[in-house]
Design a protein around this ligand. Structure first.
Ligand code: SAM
Length: 230
């Protein structure tokens, strides 16, 4: 049977037995998943290391777990990938963040662009979706969800190796030689405007293609994360 897996950022897995003071985790284990004392779980420290643990005791706000030797995970991409995704309808945006997490994104920045229709987001819900996706997919870290950022600020102030996914005859992201840290921007349902693509290029962003077909914004986000993290 596949063991339930959790990411508890900052946990020191070198200790043999540990009280994890996390009320939500204790509740989820005990009352939702009904993991009994004596059963095993996997806990990751959010820094690329995990260990198999045996649940020894439940307390009010904590669970006591006895750990076997920790081991390094090999599931994190070598490259840090920041995905800047224009906010779309709630379900498609959440889907994009979930899939981008599975595909290796390190950080996701929600962006308000010219053609963004929906402007608000439930960041807490989004963080929990991303955390579950990281746990489910065996990630060693939970991608960070950045602040909601206006497109103009993003293109003007974001530094490093930056790409903007846009329809056209630019090089395919799959064929671009990438460094250790890359940023890729994905437009909303109606795409980036010509003015936005031009402004990005003026600020050092490079236009890239994701292939010859027009992908939905959420599909583009997942594919871009996958190609950038490769
Ligand atoms: N009609 C819109 C347009 O002309 O841009 C289509 C937008 S598409 C549904 C949403 C976003 O996904 C785009 O802004 C772009 O960032 C990305 N995208 C979708 N397909 C793409 C492709 N083949 N190459 C590059 N980016 C793509």
């Amino acid at each position: 049977m596949r063991l339930h897996r959790f990411i508890v950022p900052g946990l020191d897995l070198r200790a043999d037995s540990l009280g994890i003071a996390d009320r939500d985790l204790a509740h989820q284990l005990r009352s939702v998943l009904r993991v009994k004392v004596g059963e095993q779980i996997i806990v990751c420290d959010g820094g690329g290391t995990e260990a198999v643990g045996t649940v020894r005791e439940y307390r009010e706000d904590a669970v006591i777990v006895e750990f076997a030797a920790p081991y390094a995970l090999g599931t994190e991409p070598a490259r840090a990938v920041t995905l800047c995704v224009a906010v779309t309808k709630r379900d498609t945006f959440e889907w994009a963040c979930q899939k981008a997490t599975e595909c290796g994104a390190t950080k996701i920045i929600p962006v308000i662009s010219e053609r963004t229709v929906k402007q608000n987001l439930n960041l807490q819900r989004l963080r929990s979706i991303v955390r579950e996706a990281a746990e489910q997919s065996g990630r060693g870290v939970v991608p960070q969800i950045g602040d909601i950022t206006k497109f103009e600020e993003l293109v003007a102030f974001h530094a490093g190796e930056r790409y903007i996914a846009a329809l056209g005859d630019a090089a395919n992201l799959a064929d671009v030689y990438l460094g250790d840290e890359v940023t890729v921007a994905i437009g909303p349902e109606g795409g980036f405007s010509e003015r936005e693509v031009a402004a990005a290029k003026e600020n050092g962003w490079v236009a890239v293609s994701l292939g010859s077909r027009v992908l939905r914004a959420e599909t583009a986000a997942a594919i871009a994360a996958y190609l950038a993290a490769r």
